[in-house]
Design a binder for this molecule. Sequence first.
Ligand code: SF4
Ligand code: SF4
Length: 350
Amino acid sequence: MELILDCGDYSLRNSFAPSFISSLYESLGPDVWVKVAGNLGGMLKLEQRGRRLIIISTARISKVELEHIAILETGLWHEEFERGISRLPKGFREAAEALAEAYPGVRIPIAPWDFEYILTAVLLSKRASYEIVRRWCRELWEIFQENLRMLASAKPAALRRITRSYQLLDAARSMRDLIRIIEEPGRIRKEIIERFGAPREPISSYILGMPPEIARLILLSAWGIGPKVADSTILSTFKAPHFIPCDVHLRKFIKRLRLVEGFRMPEKNICKKFLCGGEPALGLDPCPSQKCIRAILRPLGELGGWMQTLIYLHGKEYCKSTRPRCGECPLRSLCPGSEIQIRSQIRHHD
Ligand code: SF4
Ligand code: SF4
């Protein structure tokens, strides 16, 4: 079956490159992606030719269903984020304009049906480059395809055959703990069970049945799942574009452009006790932290996750931790940090 959608100024390559969804795909070129694992694994191909998105599937599903899946997994479910730039607070507006010009057509792909795959990929990405994560994922999906629960109970020796890096053993431990939290009565707050019912199989449908703010709390209760992992997983599986994974690229960018002074990064010990914003609910209070960057960035609203994605792309391309490429950076006219970085590079060369 083949569907062709007019995708306007959307960019499949810019949307997939930074997205954890791409861990489920093989790239046959920057604009051609074949799904290899998860829902429709081996049965879905996406290709962008100019303003046309070509969706090809061998699955026995209806056109409506295929279109629904493709629209979510490409990120086309949300209108262009660029349309909201004029509503952003001033400093962020200028940065967003420059980033959107440098990295056009980015949307937020989501795959709720692949929750456990995405969580695994995000867990593996702790202090590992995404290229390495994609390699590990390819091996994992081949071994554990259709039963990621096996990953949680896999013997360390089996995992070490994939990599000796600690990330994989840690990911399995986090998955085990999350399963335990969801399955053991009493581990989940009474108020949550009263509102959403008793935990049920599989873990993904239980978590996906909740509002993203509550799902965040459940994820954060598990060993090794911190705010960045929880937020990245939710950003890639829920319609929650206001979720902002606060990572090293975001912190560096905000500091270098001096967009916010004196902020703190989210802390798991605080995050797991409070709702991140909003009104009190389910016996939980909103977080009192005023200095936390995720609270400070709340006015970005629906553009929060998109802006973080652009900052991630920019961090990989120009604004690197060491030796940023300030001389060629498209944001240098906005950036007070550029002079400092360029001076330190000149000193380095001397
Ligand atoms: S505002 Fe509070 S709950 Fe939200 S990320 Fe920051 S520390 Fe965590
Ligand atoms: S000018 Fe340099 S420090 Fe500023 S955003 Fe660009 S790469 Fe980063």
